[in-house]
Write a protein that binds this ligand. Structure first.
Ligand code: PMV
Length: 328
């Protein structure tokens, strides 16, 4: 019997135009298209082995046995792979992040992108980038954007078949830096899978979704023409709109901490003085501060001096998810 094992690595990504709310929760078909940058230097590595001798799936995260909720989510995802490949075997999955947990970097995108590559190859499937992105989407919506490289757009599609992500520009296209400004390493009030379900309870979600294609087109144009000022305006607006929806759903989700506000205020003031910086926040209190890579060190030092800032990690645009050979 052939070796049913494979390994892969993928980067997390930061959404510049946000995905928030699903048209279909089970298939993770998004309410709107979104756009992101992969975070180079930060990665998840995952090895999967399907084993006829196993009675249940096993999951090891950063050398520790995973909690039952995490295992259940991975097992449900592996069921999709087993169904596609027509194999019954349970699997052992081991996964390592090279970035600190609790640093406010969504790890599920990198995790499910790496798992899609590793599990599909271990199961004997030979999937295209499009089909790998569709598969990753089933684990975590934003994971579909960690499959292609560089700057990535998720085409929302109308069904499972046409909802996937494509690269709009490679990492070398534009040296932007994401200064990930950590103001809390604690757990978030609510994970994003549950958060998406609350989006439609906000009276603002309809307006946010209606304007998303226009903002996405503006952000795409700004990236393709390397226009930092245009990008800054639209990504801050889009982040504010998503948080307005979060704040006005039932129940409301308030992710901002005093440190988040201090960083946003400082970014606006610095940009007013002519420094090219812009902020965006995912479903958490930590602030992603974008700037041209040439400014990253001075921006990092400024951010580190602000009240409430615990640490600042700097990431440059990252490449596509990749297989690791041999899968050791
Ligand atoms: O992929 P999920 O279910 O973790 O959702 C991600 C949601 C945000 O990070 C808030 C926005 C995004 O587009 O990544």
């Amino acid at each position: 019997m052939p070796e049913l094992t494979a390994a892969a690595a993928a980067h997390p990504n930061i959404a510049l135009i946000k995905y928030w709310g699903n048209r279909d929760d089970a298939l993770r078909l998004p309410a709107n298209g979104s756009l992101s940058m992969n975070l180079g230097g930060l990665e998840t590595r995952t090895r999967v082995t399907f084993d006829p001798a196993l009675e249940a799936d096993h999951l090891i995260l950063n050398d520790a046995v995973a909690a039952s909720g995490e295992l259940a989510r991975v097992s449900a995802f592996l069921d999709t792979v087993r169904q596609l490949a027509g194999i019954p075997h349970r699997a052992g999955v081991e996964s390592w992040n090279n970035f600190p947990t609790g640093a406010g970097i969504a790890s599920s995108a990198a995790a499910f992108a790496a798992l899609s590559l590793a599990a599909s190859a271990a199961a004997g499937l030979d999937l295209s980038e499009k089909d790998l992105s569709r598969l990753a989407r089933r684990g975590s919506g934003s994971a579909c954007r960690s499959v292609p490289g560089g700057y990535v757009e998720w085409l929302p599609g109308s069904s499972d078949l046409d909802s996937y992500a494509v690269s709009i520009a490679p990492p070398e296209h534009w040296a932007l830096a994401d200064c990930i400004t950590v103001v809390s390493a604690g757990p978030k009030p609510l994970g994003s899978s549950q958060g998406h379900r609350l989006a439609s309870s906000s009276p603002f979600q309809k307006a946010r979704v209606a304007g998303a294609p226009r903002r996405l087109a503006q952000a795409r144009r700004a990236i393709l023409s390397r226009d930092f000022d245009a990008l800054a305006q639209v990504i801050e607006l889009d982040s504010n709109l998503m948080h307005a929806v979060m704040l006005t759903g039932q129940p409301a989700l308030l992710y901002f901490l005093p440190g988040s506000i201090a960083v946003m205020q400082a970014v606006l003031a610095w940009r007013g003085e002519g420094l090219p910086v812009a902020y965006t926040l995912d479903a958490g209190p930590n602030v992603h501060v974008l700037c041209p890579a040439a400014e990253a060190e001075s921006v990092r030092q400024r951010l580190a001096r602000l009240p409430g800032v615990l640490r600042v990690l700097v990431a440059l645009p990252g490449g596509q998810a990749r297989w690791i050979h041999p899968p050791a």
